[in-house]
Every structure is written in structure tokens, then in C-alpha cells.
Write a protein that binds this ligand. Structure first.
Ligand SMILES: C[S@@+](CC[C@H](N)C(=O)[O-])C[C@H]1O[C@@H](n2cnc3c(N)ncnc32)[C@H](O)[C@@H]1O
Ligand SMILES: Nc1nc2[nH]cc(C(=O)O)c2c(=O)[nH]1
Ligand code: SF4
Ligand SMILES: [Mg+2]
Length: 221
């Protein structure tokens, strides 16, 4: 069973799939504790905030209510809502706290492609066809650190930056990692002008890519 914070259809605003229509499945729960996290309402799993799965598609604002569902129920809801997107982004919270194999396998059988957005602090339990975006977390207050196996599995590494030390953290993580088939992105934290300038300069210097959370500039989910 998965704990679902929300389900919605939008345009992927980050990383390699930017611009792609996608169904977003946001799972509840994350212990990593990034101070600048833009989804803090997904951190805790409060038993008294349980809702029906259908109500996770109707949220008008961020909320920490969540629903319980298995893979079949999630697929049935996608069909019931008549979503058009064929790409599913599983995010959170920290989606890799869950075994994502049953869900991704079912979605692949039904013709969807899948993508995971993860901090890389939990082992990734998902099929090889699943596109894995690791946004590595270093020294966050929850005490979790990015796993080498997650960096190795990543199809893209997307590092949030606001300060020069964040660029250095990524340089350190990439030492000895085979990046031949990986895309490397910097993502400015919270659309701050200074963070964006830093990211542009560091991308140019390292030949990395820039990811700017397009949805936030567009004012969409
Ligand atoms: C909310 S997280 C959820 C998935 C997973 N826990 C993770 O951290 O990758 C999704 C993406 O948003 C990024 N993110 C979170 N807060 C952000 C912020 N304020 N500015 C830029 N990116 C942010 C994360 O680093 C991650 O790449
Ligand atoms: N449009 C849109 N694109 C996204 N890419 C990653 C997101 C996330 O919260 O993981 C996200 C999100 O919340 N909205
Ligand atoms: S790991 Fe992801 S969801 Fe968890 S606190 Fe950090 S950015 Fe937020
Ligand atoms: Mg987001």
C-alpha cells in the first residue's frame, strides 16, 4: 500500500522531461529534513489526516492529508480521471521509502513511462525502465545521506543550489562516478536571483545543465 498526498496532471517542470505532460503521484512521508524543501506538508504521516484516494485529486492548496492505495487503485483513478498524459512522475515526500516495483510494473504494462524524483537516501526499488532523478541531499537535519548506489542508478542528477558550497558538494559526489550516460543539472533553490545566477555560472563552467522549475514561473502545479 502507498500513502498518497496528491495526484494531479500537469507539465513536468524540472530536469530532462521538462515540458512533458505528466501525471504526478506525490507520496506522503519524508524524514530527510531539507530546510528549503518546497513540500514540507508531505513530511509527516498523521493518522487523523487520512482521506479517500479520490480526494487527493481535488486539493486546492498544499495539505498534509493523505490516502492509502495500492497500485491497482492508483491506476483505476488515473483511468477514472481520464488523464491524457502517458508519463507518470512519482515524487513526494520521499517515494523511495516505498517499494515502487509493483506500481511501476503495472503502469509499464498499461503503456505508461515512469519517473521517480528521489533524494537518493533510500535504496531505489523500481524497474530498470523507470527514469530515476536523484536530487542528492548532503548534511540535512534528518541525518540521511545520499547512497552511492542511488547515484550510480541515476539517469539524471539534479542538485539544488543556493550557495557556492552546494556546487562543491556536487563536485565531491561526482568524483569517481561514471557519468557517461547521466545528465547533470543544477536547480536554483526557490527562484532566488542569487541562486539562479550562481547556477548559470556553475553550469557554464562545468558543462552541466540548468533546471529552473518552470512550473513555478508559470504559476501552475
Ligand atoms: C520536493 S522533492 C520530492 C522528491 C524527493 N524527496 C527529492 O528530494 O528528490 C522534488 C524535487 O524538488 C526539489 N526541491 C525541493 N524544494 C526546492 C526548492 N525550494 N527549490 C528548488 N528545488 C527544490 C528537490 O531537490 C527535488 O529535486
Ligand atoms: N510541474 C511540476 N513539475 C515537477 N517536477 C518535480 C516536482 C516535484 O515536486 O517533485 C514537480 C511539481 O511539483 N510540479
Ligand atoms: S528529501 Fe525531498 S521531500 Fe524530503 S525534505 Fe528534502 S526536498 Fe523535501
Ligand atoms: Mg514540486
Amino acid at each position: 500500500m502507498y500513502k498518497v498526498n496528491e495526484i494531479f496532471e500537469t507539465i513536468q517542470g524540472e530536469g530532462n522531461y521538462t515540458g512533458t505532460p505528466a501525471i504526478f503521484l506525490r507520496l506522503q512521508g519524508c524524514p530527510v529534513g531539507c530546510s528549503w524543501c518546497d513540500t514540507k506538508h508531505t513530511w509527516d504521516i498523521q493518522p487523523d489526516l487520512l482521506i479517500q484516494l479520490g480526494d487527493t485529486t481535488q486539493k486546492k492548496a498544499d495539505s498534509d492529508h493523505w490516502a492509502q492505495a495500492d497500485a491497482q487503485a492508483i491506476l483505476a483513478l488515473f483511468q477514472q480521471r481520464a488523464y491524457r498524459a502517458k508519463h507518470v512522475v512519482i515524487t513526494g515526500g520521499e517515494p523511495c521509502m516505498y517499494d515502487l516495483n509493483p506500481l511501476c510494473e503495472l503502469l509499464h504494462q498499461q503503456g505508461f513511462s515512469t519517473q521517480i524524483e528521489t533524494s537518493g537516501t533510500f535504496e531505489i526499488l523500481a524497474p530498470l525502465q523507470t527514469w530515476v532523478t536523484v536530487s542528492p541531499k548532503v548534511n540535512m537535519k534528518g541525518g540521511y545521506e545520499v547512497l552511492r548506489s542511488c547515484l550510480e542508478r541515476a539517469n539524471e542528477i539534479k542538485h539544488p543550489v543556493a550557495m557556492e558550497k552546494h556546487v562543491q558538494e556536487l563536485e565531491q559526489l561526482l568524483i569517481g562516478l561514471d557519468c557517461q550516460n547521466k545528465l547533470i543539472y543544477l536547480q536554483p533553490i526557490s527562484q532566488k536571483a542569487k541562486a539562479t545566477q550562481l547556477a548559470i555560472e556553475a553550469c557554464m563552467a562545468h558543462n552541466w545543465r540548468l533546471s529552473v522549475q518552470v512550473h513555478k514561473y508559470l504559476g501552475i502545479n
